[in-house]
Design a protein around this ligand. Structure first.
Ligand code: GCW
Length: 717
């Protein structure tokens, strides 16, 4: 009996010890993002330790040091043992110029500057895993690729990993104000503590750079496009320079949003006219000053003549005049201008969706060679779903970069789970029909038109929240943006799989259900907010919650009724020849399809057509019945995600599980709110009833209209 008790006790102690050995050493609060490096299963960890017992770095640059530090951190964590740097490592980081690497005659040339090769080789008589590429930066990217491989279930056995980025500028746009408020930010205050910069380098700045480098991001615009001239003053240049110093080893360049009227506000000039020589001289001097502090400064991002921002149109000059003037100041330093095409004017009665094209298309071919025009994914404004912007494919002589919004201004802020990979992928895979088979991705990566300057920008969702992005699943959107900017053809599901394996655990029991939840989540948001091509039906100002009834705002195109045009007869914005003829901005072959509601994809029906409530859908249902079905599908999907997440509870650490579970409860409640408020309003317009069996809205329309969301985050006052 005693012996039995002793055996049981021993078993219990061993059990406790085993649990302790496998339990995460650090709290899982989301801070580590997808770079958690938690121990692999015992056998894999031992195998890794055997093959990667030490790490060798050939070269002593800040970038190589950063890369080797990351590999050491990652391998130590995954193998659950300390890993040393030594002169003879199982993993060797070396640029291709290293004589021993050069002697291997590896296919480095096609990799370009940033492409990497990770391969099992025999180097000077030893079997090693070599991480190499033309530049130190490529070695850094290769290091992260190797760690990703190991975190997602790969081993070091006969490994070959290689990839070259298809897009040159892979940039995060921070809409961070100098007072710490992030416009459309739902993850707390700005990461940049301008007050303690340039002296204090918060360790988070380094972790931010690590995270970005791990997904290939190589640029960051520090301040909001609704810019203050102050960011161009000497003290703020010094602060930006301090950040640039932290980011440089990670291959990340700093850019600034430039306020077009800065020569007046800072320089005391009477004008900001881009053709005025004093204005040009002011910008040249200012640019030179920035480069003295930040020798590898990336350049300027400009929002001009849009939503109250100053710009060249104030002086009857074109957007090209404005962009080219800045480009001339930057050119000697190899800097670039990212000039936004997001323009529309309240004085212009033209369909808002047409205005950017109307303004920019005639300027094709007139921009300086270091200007890239930054075009939002859709023609209105980061809605849950928009058809691709008609400028893609329509300005063949001008490099265009695409701008996505990673922060979820219109998709439920931080609380709603909406994986944006499918949104990015859907836009990138859209066929322009300008030339046979041409996709938006091929415009963005330069393949279609042969531009060398290419780019993808994402409006960041990062703040000072412990988990950076406001929720674990929002981290996936940051991750997906970076991965798809590196390669726009990767696909949303493979990227989600990588992320889920790294963020939670590499087992199919976790990855499969998590990815399944993610993949339908954005469509669910579309369904419960803006089904079948609806857009811009959200509440005023903060943009949270439904308000399709709003009709009294100053500018016509700020009102939801402008977009949905619902009346007793039907709903939708007629962009055919009988309406705004917006479809004519697309290639003729596409315009031809969009001209007819029957050949328009149903997901974009109400974007292009005003159709009767009784319109027959492909399902055989009326439009009205189909809309109700979509709203219900959206709400139902969220309820399903909540249930799926419940079943994952044993596999996910407590803190991250609980926060997501709570957010899913919020999302389900709010999906219902969207559905019910929308249905109540549509019924007040169309006078129709709900089909039998349909759940009626929980309240009457007056109740929904009376709802107020106070102090919603991210809303510029
Ligand atoms: O979506 C709108 C946002 C504004 C933003 C603007 C833009 C930075 O509501 O907050 O301003 O787009 O992209 O410039």
């Amino acid at each position: 009996m005693r012996a039995l008790i002793r055996t049981m006790l021993t078993a219990m102690i061993v059990g406790v010890a085993l649990v302790a050995a496998t339990a995460p050493a650090r709290a899982e609060d989301g801070y580590d993002l997808w770079l958690r490096y938690r121990p692999l299963a015992a056998r894999d960890a031992a195998d890794l330790a055997r093959r990667a017992g030490s790490i060798e770095r050939r070269g002593d640059t800040p970038t190589l040091r950063a890369a080797a530090d990351e590999v050491r951190r990652g391998i130590s964590g995954l193998s659950n043992r300390p890993v040393a740097q030594s002169v003879q490592g199982g993993i060797v980081l070396a640029p291709a110029s290293d004589p021993a690497v050069a002697a291997l005659h590896l296919p480095i040339a096609p990799l370009g500057d940033d492409g990497y090769l990770v391969r099992s080789v025999t180097l000077e008589g030893r079997s090693v895993t070599l991480i190499t590429g033309k530049t130190d930066r490529a070695v850094l990217y290769g290091s992260f690729a190797l760690l990703r491989h190991l975190q997602t279930g790969g081993s070091l056995d006969r490994i070959t990993l290689t990839s070259t980025p298809r897009v040159k500028l892979r940039v995060l746009d921070h809409w961070d104000n100098l007072d710490g408020v992030v416009e459309r930010g739902y993850a707390g205050q700005s990461l940049w503590d301008w007050w303690t910069l340039p002296d204090f380098h918060d360790p988070r700045y380094t972790d931010y750079a690590r995270a970005n480098a791990s997904i290939g991001i190589n640029g960051t615009v520090l301040n909001n496009v609704n810019a203050k001239a102050d960011s161009l003053t000497a003290p703020y240049i010094a602060k930006a320079a301090a950040l640039a110093d932290v980011f440089r080893p990670y291959g990340i360049k700093v850019y600034l949003s430039a306020r077009f009227s800065a020569p007046i506000e800072l320089g005391g000039l009477k004008t900001a006219d881009p053709l005025d020589p004093h204005v040009a001289a002011w910008w040249k001097a200012k640019t030179d000053e920035i480069y003295r502090a930040i020798p590898d400064f990336g350049g300027f991002l400009v929002k001009a003549n849009s939503e109250g921002q100053p710009g060249p149109r104030d002086y009857h000059r074109s957007h090209a005049d404005g962009a080219n003037m800045l480009a001339a100041a930057l050119a000697p330093h190899h800097g670039i201008v990212m000039w936004r095409a997001f323009v529309y004017a309240e004085t212009d009665p033209e369909d808002r969706a047409k205005q950017a094209y109307t303004e920019f298309k005639p300027l094709d071919g007139t921009f300086a060679s270091n200007v890239i025009v930054q075009v939002k994914n859709g023609a209105i404004d980061f809605q849950p779903r928009e058809p691709f912007h008609p400028l893609f494919g329509a300005m063949p002589k001008t490099p265009l970069m695409i701008e996505f919004q990673i922060t979820k201004e219109y998709l439920g802020f931080a609380t709603h789970l909406a994986y944006l990979g499918p949104l990015f992928a859907e836009t990138l895979a859209s066929e322009t029909k300008q030339r046979p088979g041409e996709t938006v991705a091929e415009i963005v990566d330069g393949a279609a038109e042969g531009h060398g300057l290419t780019g993808m920008a994402g409006v960041a969702n990062i703040g000072r929240d412990r988990d950076w992005a406001g929720s674990t699943f929002n981290q996936a959107n940051w991750y997906a943006f970076g991965r798809m900017a590196w390669d726009p053809t990767l696909g949303a599901a493979p990227v989600a799989r990588e992320w889920a394996a790294m963020t939670f655990a590499p087992s199919p029991q976790v990855v499969d259900p998590v990815v399944a939840m993610m993949m339908g989540s954005r469509e669910a948001v579309v369904d419960y907010m803006t089904p079948l091509g609806l857009a811009h039906v959200m509440a005023t100002g903060h943009h949270y919650g439904p308000s399709p009834w709003v009709a009294d705002l100053k500018r016509p195109e700020w009102n939801p009724v402008y977009y949905h045009r619902a009346d007793t007869a039907g709903i939708g914005f007629d962009r055919t020849v009988t309406g705004s003829n917006g479809i004519a901005q697309y290639a003729p072959a596409l315009a031809h399809l969009l001209a007819d509601s029957a050949t328009t994809p149903e997901r974009a029906l109400l974007w292009f057509h005003h159709v009767p409530w009784t319109y027959r859908m492909r399902s055989g249902r009326t439009l009205w019945a189909e809309m109700i079905d979509r709203y219900d599908a959206g709400v139902g999907y969220v309820a399903g995600m909540r249930r799926d997440w419940d079943t994952l509870r044993p596999s996910i650490d407590a803190e991250r599980w609980a926060k997501t579970a709570t957010f899913l409860t919020v999302q389900e409640r709010e999906a219902r709110w969207w559905r019910d408020a929308s249905l109540a309003y549509w019924m007040s317009v169309n006078g129709l009833t709900l089909p039998t069996g349909t759940r009626p809205p929980a309240h009457d329309l007056a109740w929904y209209k009376a709802q107020r969301v106070a102090n919603a985050p991210g809303n510029p006052q």
